[in-house]
Unconditional design. Sequence first.
Length: 526
Amino acid sequence: MLNEKKYITIQEACKWATKYTGKNVTSSNISYLIQYGRIRKHGDNGNVVVSVNELKEYYETYNGSRENNWKEKLGSDLNWALSFEQYKESETTKHVHRLHPYKGKFIPQLVEYFIDSNTNEFKKDIYFNKNDIILDPFAGSGTTLVQASESGMHSIGIDISSFNALISNCKVLKYDLTDVQNELTKITKVLKSYLSKSHIMQFDDELLIKLSIFNNEYFPVPDYKYKLKQKEIDENAYGKKYEELFIKEYNELISKFNIKLLQDKSESFLDKWYLQSVRDEIDIVFNEVKKIKNLNTKKIISVILSRTIRSCRATTHADLATLKEPIKSTYYCSKHGKICKPLFSILKWWESYSKDTIKRIIQFDKLRTNTFQYCLTGDSRTIDIISELKKVRPDFGKLVEDNKINGIFSSPPYVGLIDYHEQHAYAYDLFGFNRNDELEIGPLYKGQGKEAKESYVNGISEVLINCKKYLVDDFNIFLVANDKYNLYPTIAEKSGLKIINQFKRPVLNRTEKDKGAYSETIFLLK
């Protein structure tokens, strides 16, 4: 028996972990645990083995003990079936759901569970049917629209952010992929031609070689991370010491290749958060995008460019989600446990995201149904849904006018948590979209005080009152929220609605650094 052995091979570890967790664990998963110091590698490179006890200790936190621990902290009414823990990250970010990063989105399986009657044979209640029309008045990045398409339903999204509407619509648009690929190839050729005349790539190559040699000596994988886990090394002191040691080599290369690091001004987001070489490449690619004639092709390539430049901001890997200060030199990276560098070129990410986007669109094309999906840009408190929809999709607008909307599935913004425009400030700068920050409901800059909460309650209530005008009589409204201030009973009352059920779910895979026990509630209102 495998569990009777003290040490097992990588392949044996896959089988052991698969049986122990009830999930498919691959050799890549085990290698990840070794690389990031979760378990120790034993033996030499030709005969790597791992400890069964270390594996068991690691996976215990991801098995039944986690469910019990979270229920102790969050309450026994936690619905663990809605954790969707059986899904890998690749499944919760499937196909077009990962076309572009977005803070605060829910996973597609949650939408699917409530709107698609075929997802769970034990689920007794059916809330929506094929060809129903679903509304998401806080569309965000379009998760509800995509899942409605998969489930054979029509859907309308509304978002105050022009950029959010662009992302949502790009996920559900149909493309001439030959044209998209041809345009990407042309732009990549122009970018490579520019780089061939520049010394940036030669500088970057030499820097990478020096970093590899340095990191192999002072931050060996996986030994260094394992020692950190065992608290054998003071990370702050050790990292700072060798960060300062390498900076000398870095500065020598900067001088050798005469690299200009910062831009001459720092007025806009693009000025402040990008090194000069990266900004130059962004402008080159964007000038090519503006020449594209096919509007749908132009839109999806704009999203690829936005995704690319988001990954190329002059910040540390640990601060990508919450920018602190622009970085212009090599630094000790707590995320990767070694000395890392800022990005000097967008080429790698541009090529990677171009290929990834095509692949994801093809995957979604196999699953999508022949239904209407569209995201309107507007204020859900006041928008005339049918009138605005008829301007862009007359046939869809007529369908909504004749049949009405069957219900809502949405995740409203939380109180004082995210500035939804600011998270994509680079895109607003580049594309010239108008910002409507002042119309956001519950933005970060308003805080979480009494006045902010009252404003939030009024805002969400006004959205529901406006949207009710377009719903069938026997509608279902699902709102996903972490209602720590108990605002939703008041919101329901002010909206002329009743909360008839609540589903409390654990949120297991948050993108924030805080990985503690956390839940959200799905409110069903009628």
